[in-house]
Design a protein around this ligand. Sequence first.
Ligand SMILES: *Cc1c(COP(=O)(O)O)cnc(C)c1O
Length: 436
Amino acid sequence: MSEDRQRGRGQLAADAEGRTDPRRQIPRTDALLVSFADAVRVHGAATVKAVIVTAQQRARAGEIAPSEVASQVAAALPTGPRRVINATGVVVHTNLGRAPLSPAARAAMDAASGTTDVEFDLATGTRARRGRSALAALASAVPDAGGVHVVNNNAAALLLCALAFAAGREIVISRGELVEIGDGFRIPELLRSTGARLHEVGTTNRVHLRDYAEAVGPSTGFILKVHPSNFQVTGFTSTVDIASLTGLGVPVIVDIGSGLLAPHPLLPDEPDAATALRAGADIVTASGDKLLGGPQAGLLLGDADLVERLRGHPAARALRVDKLTLAALEATLRGPIPPVRQTLEASADSLFERASLLAAQIPGAEAVRCVAAVGGGGAPGVELPSAAVSLPMEYAESLRLGEIPVVGRIERGRCLLDLRTVLPSDDELLLRAVLG
Ligand SMILES: *Cc1c(COP(=O)(O)O)cnc(C)c1O
């Protein structure tokens, strides 16, 4: 008998007993469901079972070994958005979800996530204004605003203003303020999409009061001032301040962008809502998830009658915010200082101290001084003195792919973990991620 045939017969005999057919070693569905009980609790049995069946099929097809089925299931389970440690040094990082919420805001969202009195008065048992307590918190945070309203984001706030006050009419805006925010989002295109026409005035670098005055006429809906929040024009420039524009007989709407409600000493050039309203702005619009440090939202603050018209516009319903947003916004406004403010205000020396402590525990690491940024469409050009744990560049990828991903930045061939954007309470997690 040839060697081949001998082996063939041996194989057949083993198959008959079912011992060496690798397919018999594929873990069974019920056993896998038991070992993935945690995942079943999170994702539900149907989702986990579908992932298990797919992995088993791959093993049957010989694409993976039976011993790899469990790890394949683990790798293929849905993750959802994952928690990431922002060590980029960009305080408001749009790709990393902008402002991290405060523990108070998270707790408020949790409490509001079931059935809640968002639109119901428990005292009288009748319907109430939606989100009234969040709106009250906003009104008391910005006493200069006669009325306040909240929509989905700042883009929605601008959209609603254009729809309510300028559809089929003109918005007068400086050419130096035709801004692209990010990911191709251009404010002029958003405004035009409502049917409003833009009446552009001035040049890229200079605009004067007389430019605005000549443009304003019977078809003007409003004058819009947009904060150039992600770039700077320097040199031979001139702009017109809000106070001068208020004398032209049409509403002045000011998009301040980042959502500072009052001046911040560290960001002297960043516009804020209180100052804009005191200067005479009729409506101020802002984001909730930039420097305010809250959830994604668009704030509309200003003249009570105008705000009422915005609230009453049919499109307001399509732009309204969820109960979770209202809960998080209120907690951000009333609660302790949110993480964005904490990270912004930390002293460079305290950051260097933390960097030194961490670096001492990591082979090959050193503490360095560096420069962080506000980012996220706020305070362009502002350099925040900071400190980082400096690591060999190879760390960048392994940290990104770790169990709790850490995103640092590459600077001069090193991977910097900038502590400006890491809360002290996360230092321990950061250390564990680096030490693997
Ligand atoms: C960020 C920004 C926006 C867009 O705000 P979203 O809340 O992201 O919609 C609009 N205008 C300015 C000046 C901004 O900085």
